[in-house]
Design a binder for this molecule. Sequence first.
Ligand code: KG4
Ligand code: ZN
Length: 331
Amino acid sequence: MKILGIETSCDDTSVAIVEDGRKILANVISSQIDIHNAFGGVVPEIASRCHLEFLIPTIEEALEKASLTMDDIDAVACTNRPGLIGALIVGVSAAKAIALSKNIPLIGIHHLEGHIYANWLMDEEIIFPCVCLVVSGGHSDIIYMKDHGQYEIMARTRDDAAGECFDKSARALGLGYPGGPIIDKYAQKGNPKAIIFPKGRIDNSLDFSFSGLKTAVLRYIEKNPDYVLEDVCASLEKDICDVLVKRTFEVSKIKQTKQILVAGGVAANSMLQRMMRERAEAKRVNICIPKPILCTDNAAMVASAAFFNYERGLSSGLDLDAIANEPLMSS
Ligand code: KG4
Ligand code: ZN
């Protein structure tokens, strides 16, 4: 089954074609980063207008890369929640038009479910039950997954997401947008033990808090105008990764799982990947981390999630709505 996926929830216009949920035939990403960079972050109206302009050429490019025509597509999937509403509406409208004109099923996907299913594109065996750390610009969640479509949120952030902490700190440091990949690059040349920022532990819960760390970075650079950028980046990154890894393995222990998945843009972080793999090896837990291009927003993950939903009999009507905010729920 070949599913054409569309992702327009934020600032990447992406179209992919995935076979049977696991084999990528095409995954085209038209990034708007250069356009939004001038504003220091994503401008929602500009994002919507760019999706409108880029989407059809991106669909054409994906079909061409896969050497297919629209007649070869068996179903169409789109991210319909959560995200920037104007951006989502562009992708949902296009998906509806394809479903209606080709008379094929339409499958609306939750963006976080999409991120999680990037793991199924890695050609690795995934064993249920598993624990998935989802870390992006908008979310930092630890999710227990008993089976396909079964989600129990075990931990979340009480304030900023991990990606937001990277992005806001990067802005304060005068680095560009998005901050995560830039901090990742500088951190590789810095000393992660150089600066001790306060830790963001909240009472006894498993939840995260990153806004204190972001504020600590701001205070530090104000007080130390001659700061070493590489050391600030490495120390900040280490603090973020430490807490993400620690909590994920705590949940894995509580739930007694032997499989950990990592997903979302921050999963592309090199220190996080290294620490996750090292801990997994020490604890003899199976780990899957998508390759960086599948960690950040892409449509292949949407098409993969759609396949596993459709296999369970789930699809959407042509009245599918775009929703700005909705937690991930079991289906
Ligand atoms: O999943 P994503 O592409 O979009 C959202 O759903 O939010 O995640 C984007 C986030 C941004 O905050 C970006 O700074 C972060 O992922 N990110 C990284 C890296 N690459 C992207 N953070 C740390 N290290 C990276 N290498
Ligand atoms: Zn995302």
